[in-house]
Design a protein around this ligand. Structure first.
Ligand SMILES: Nc1ncnc2c1ncn2[C@@H]1O[C@H](COP(=O)(O)OP(=O)(O)O)[C@@H](O)[C@H]1O
Ligand SMILES: [Mg+2]
Length: 282
């Protein structure tokens, strides 16, 4: 398999409005790939098409070497994990019994339940009825559900949007571990810090098209002014261009013990997105 996901010329029209106009990208095996965009930019629609929940209007889509017309098969569904807006739990069952049902559905060993509960930091909620859980806790049970059958590829639609920073960080570590063990991850988010911390490559989605694509580091370098921001102990802030003629200036500042901090001017992914699209990612 060359690419885990291949999307070519994808288009999706709802009631004569193109939510996705012409989108192409691929995801490599073992990558964490982030689809970033503001609300309404088509992230969820893309995930729904990639997981067979929605059909496309035009374009070629294949996932794990399976063409989109076979996304409904049990074999395909057992190879992917999904956490989306409409993932749901049985409210009147306990956390454990919910996960047990999904284990049985996918023929996964029941020992996986406690492994997953540990991963999502929910061991203490094992015997609680789902209706009594907070939104953030339910989100973590849904994540455990999406991963319980050890899929090769997982789709996560804004997985940490309902979580506090502590739990989000815990989930990030869990996803990194999962990825190190070989799972490919496709994640949508409007949280730029999350994307920067997690993703090998990101695509910026806006107006139904991919506006920019690359690794966070490559993009931050590409949109950098390549200047140094120097803060002195006198609270002066200097912007010094990265040119050979300025080497002595920087050397002198450091030699005189004047430099409190020095930083290269790499913009954040959020600043780059704003520059390209004129939109904040909220
Ligand atoms: N089932 C649907 N019927 C009609 N329009 C839809 C439907 N689903 C999504 N849309 C529209 O498609 C666009 C993209 O939505 P969505 O994929 O949910 O964006 P995001 O997940 O980036 O917030 C929005 O304008 C939304 O209103
Ligand atoms: Mg969405």
């Amino acid at each position: 398999m060359k690419h885990t996901i291949e999307v070519n010329g994808l288009r999706k029209v709802f009631d004569q409005n193109a939510a996705i106009k012409d989108v192409s990208f691929f995801v490599k095996p073992g990558e964490i790939f982030g689809l970033l965009g503001p609300s309404g930019s088509g992230k969820t629609t893309t995930i729904k098409i990639l997981t067979g929940e929605l059909g496309q209007t035009a374009g070629d889509v294949s996932v794990l070497d399976v063409n989109s017309h076979l996304f409904g098969t049990a074999d395909f569904r057992s190879r992917i994990g999904i956490l989306s807006d409409n993932s749901s739990l049985y409210e009147r069952l306990t956390v454990y019994d919910n996960l047990k049902l999904f284990c049985q559905l996918y023929d996964a060993p029941l020992e996986q339940i406690d492994v997953m509960l540990d991963e999502v930091n929910l061991k203490e909620a094992r015997s609680k009825v789902v209706s009594k859980l907070s939104k953030g806790m339910k989100q973590r049970v849904l994540l455990a559900k999406a991963l319980i059958h050890k899929p090769e590829l997982v789709f996560l639609d804004e997985p940490t949007s309902a979580l506090d920073p502590g739990n989000a960080a815990h989930i990030h570590r869990g996803l990194q571990k999962l990825n190190e063990a070989g799972t490919t991850i496709f994640i949508t988010t409007h949280d730029m810090e999350e994307a920067t911390a997690l993703c090998d490559r990101v695509a910026f989605l806006d107006k139904g098209e991919v506006q920019e694509l690359g690794s966070p580091d490559t993009l931050r370098y590409k949109y950098s002014t390549h200047a140094f921001h120097v803060e002195t102990f006198e609270d002066e802030r200097l912007v010094i261009e990265n040119e050979s003629g300025n080497a002595d200036k920087i050397r002198e500042l450091i030699a005189n013990g004047e430099v409190k901090s020095i930083q290269s001017d790499n913009p954040t992914l959020g600043q780059i997105f704003l520059k390209i699209t004129g939109k904040e990612l909220v």
